[in-house]
Structures are given as structure tokens and as C-alpha cells.
Design a protein around this ligand. Structure first.
Ligand code: NDP
Length: 290
């Protein structure tokens, strides 16, 4: 199948690599050198310009937000062919996706929102969980392509529902990272060493992905790699807050989580990793994790 892949960032780069094992993959990236490198390393075809992507049977985007996806749709719209399937793997805004889907529909192009979870390691190992919004027929078509990127592919509901559940699960993760970091800091200040505090937490009812996988390397071992930008995580939580607003919902925990993450982003900057919010918690208490 001819697949055009747009956005070779931390997630897109390895995802396009896996697809190239089975499909005829054309790559386009804003910074062209990255696409050139991908083509060299993984035998993908280099798009001469963005319009080349319109000739593919399937177009995949994975960009920071729905805004950048919209800009790409604007540029590709005059060139699009009827029957093309557009899969947006960005963690996007469901309200924007619905509008995008309608725009594309008028051109005979079908749309599926298919955000992913499992981090860069999941993209590298093709073990992502992929949640999809669209018609049953379009989702079946999308699965045929995305099965090379993920182990668990779930049809969530109509267009937008993939994006909706993605931001909601990331909000759960954000709140869990924050509260677990707070409690680990209290344990540390009480004099309990971090190894023991995490060991007990992970053997008991407080355990989570945060306590088992995300925090030990940072809080215990002092390693703070950049694996997922706080900028993107904050965006996800803000979209979740906008869904709550739209539903007139009472969600104080979600609202607080959004304020905490947006505040942390202002302090840490766009290039910080999302788990660095733990540094803000330490700073709020006049200490560090060292
Ligand atoms: P990166 O920041 O690593 O990559 C972003 C990609 O988008 C790059 O290819 C970048 O191009 C491109 N891009 C940025 N701005 C524009 C623009 N204006 N026009 C065209 N292309 C643009 O992001 P990730 O790969 O980490 O994340 C992508 C999406 O996946 C986000 O929505 C994120 O929330 C989601 N996600 C990320 C995970 C992670 O662990 N990283 C996990 C799950 C989901 P260039 O190379 O030129 O900068």
C-alpha cells in the first residue's frame, strides 16, 4: 500500500520505520534533513514536496497539535484524491478533528483519529496502544496499516472519540504523577530513603505506572531523560479541561491538574520532560530531589 507519513518526530520516526517493512512509505518532515535521514536509514521514499503526499492511499499525520494538522490539511486540500484515508495519530482536539473530518469528507477523503499511547519505547518496539475514532469501515482500513505499530488497537467510537479518550487517560497519568511525587517528597523529608519509599508503594495499593515505571529513574536514580514533552502533556490536559467545560461538568481534580501542569510548564519551559513537574514540587517546598 502507498502510505505517506507526515511528522518524523520522537514518535513518528520509529512508527514510519515499522510501516516501511510492509508498505511503500513516502516521508515528509518540516525539517527536511530528518526525512532525508529516514529515507537513507530505512529505505523510505523522500517526498519532494508536501503535495506528493496526496498521491498516497493512506496519509498519516503525527504532529504536536491539531493546529499543525489543520495547516497541513490546508496545504494538501487542493491535491487530495477521492478514496484516500487520512489517519491522524496526533494527540489532538476532538472538536477540531470533527471539523477536519467534515472538510476532508467533502473531498471524498475519509478520516480516522488514531492517537497512540506507550511512549517512544512503544513506538520503537511497535507495541503502542492505538485508540481510534471513525466509522467501522474506516477504522478497519486504518487497522490494516497501524497493526504494524501497535499491539492493542481499539475502536472507541465515532470521529473524535479516539482523541477524547487519549487526553482523558493522559490527564489521569498527570494527576497520578503529581500526587505520587508529592507523597514521595514527604517520605524523603520524613527520612525514608527513596528506594524504600518506592518499594513499599509498589508493593501496596498506591502503586501505578508513575510509581513503577516513571518516577524511580528520576527520583531514586537522578536520571531525567526527555521522553515526552511537558508542552505536549499540558496540551492534552488542557483539551481534557475543555471537554469538561463543554459538558458543564464538575471536575475539580481535573481543573487543579490543569492549573498545576500549566504553571509547571511556564516555569520549566517548552523543552522540559513531563516528569520534571516533580522538580517544581520540590522547589515549592524549598528543596531538591538530590
Ligand atoms: P516531537 O516534538 O518529537 O515531533 C513533532 C513533529 O511535528 C516533528 O516532526 C516536527 O517537525 C513536526 N512539526 C512541528 N511543528 C510543525 C509544523 N508547524 N508544521 C509541520 N510539522 C511540524 O513530538 P512527538 O513525536 O513526541 O509527539 C507527536 C504527537 O504524539 C503529539 O501530539 C504528542 O502529544 C503525541 N504523543 C507523544 C508521545 C511521546 O512519548 N513523545 C507519546 C504519545 C503521544 P520538525 O522535525 O521540523 O521539528
Amino acid at each position: 500500500m502507498k502510505v505517506a507519513f507526515i511528522g518524523l518526530g520522537a514518535m513518528g520516526y520509529p512508527m514510519a520505520r515499522h510501516l516501511a517493512k510492509e508498505h511503500d512509505v513516502l516521508v515528509w518532515n518540516r525539517t527536511r534533513e530528518t526525512a532525508e535521514r529516514h529515507s537513507r536509514e530505512h529505505g523510505t521514499k523522500l517526498a519532494n514536496d508536501l503535495a506528493d503526499c496526496a498521491n498516497a492511499e493512506v496519509i498519516i499525520t503525527i504532529l504536536p497539535t491539531s493546529k499543525e494538522v489543520d495547516e497541513i490539511v490546508d496545504q494538501l486540500e487542493p491535491h487530495l484524491q477521492r478514496g484516500t484515508l487520512w489517519i491522524d495519530a496526533t494527540s489532538g482536539d476532538p472538536n477540531v478533528s470533527k471539523v477536519t473530518s467534515q472538510r476532508l469528507e467533502s473531498k471524498g477523503v475519509q478520516f480516522v483519529d488514531a492517537p497512540v499511547t506507550g511512549a517512544v519505547v512503544g513506538a520503537e518496539n511497535a507495541t503502542l496502544t492505538i485508540m481510534m475514532g471513525g466509522t467501522a469501515e474506516n477504522v478497519e482500513r486504518a487497522k490494516e496499516v497501524l497493526k504494524h505499530n501497535g499491539k492493542t488497537l481499539i475502536h472507541v467510537g465515532p470521529v473524535g472519540s479516539g482523541h477524547a479518550i487519549k487526553v482523558l487517560t493522559n490527564t489521569i497519568m498527570g494527576a497520578t504523577v503529581w500526587i505520587t511525587s508529592e507523597c514521595m517528597l514527604l517520605a524523603k523529608q520524613y527520612g525514608i530513603d527513596m528506594k524504600t519509599a518506592l518499594e513499599v508503594t509498589n508493593a501496596g495499593s498506591g502503586r501505578s505506572n508513575a510509581s513503577e515505571n516513571l518516577l524511580p529513574m528520576r527520583l531514586r536514580d537522578g536520571k531525567w531523560p526527555l521522553v515526552f514533552k511537558l508542552l505536549h502533556h499540558d496540551k492534552d490536559i488542557r483539551i481534557a479541561a475543555s471537554l469538561a467545560h463543554q459538558q458543564h461538568a464538575s471536575t475539580p481534580m481535573l481543573a487543579l491538574t490543569q492549573h498545576l501542569f500549566s504553571g509547571a510548564l511556564h516555569q520549566l519551559g517548552d523543552d522540559a520532560d513531563y516528569i520534571e513537574v516533580a522538580k517544581i514540587i520540590a522547589r515549592m517546598n524549598g528543596t531538591t530531589w538530590d
